[in-house]
Design a protein around this ligand. Structure first.
Ligand SMILES: [Zn+2]
Ligand SMILES: [Zn+2]
Length: 85
């Protein structure tokens, strides 16, 4: 295997980008979570991961709000029982 870096023709390939299968030299290869990516694919990958985190965050927030609303409703019921009793 005598592949050359896609960006540096004089350098031997050190890794392949997992996404676009581009040959990368040591300098061009970016490793993220143990997987090699080229710079542009790494940016896309990170953006996608951040979007996933944001969705998870909103979901947690929604669950927290629903839980609080439920607790609040329970408290109102208890308060109503206490006042009635
Ligand atoms: Zn790539
Ligand atoms: Zn390179």
């Amino acid at each position: 295997m005598d592949r050359r870096c896609a960006h540096h023709a004089e350098r031997p390939a050190h890794a392949l980008c997992m996404t676009c299968r581009k040959a990368l030299c040591q300098e061009c290869a970016a490793t993220w979570e143990g997987i090699h990516y080229c710079a542009s694919c790494l940016v896309k990958q990170r953006r996608a991961a951040r979007r996933g985190l944001a969705v998870g965050g909103w979901l947690l927030l929604a669950i927290a709000i629903l839980t609080l609303a439920w607790l609040h409703a329970r408290m109102l019921v208890w308060a109503g029982v206490l006042l009635a009793g």
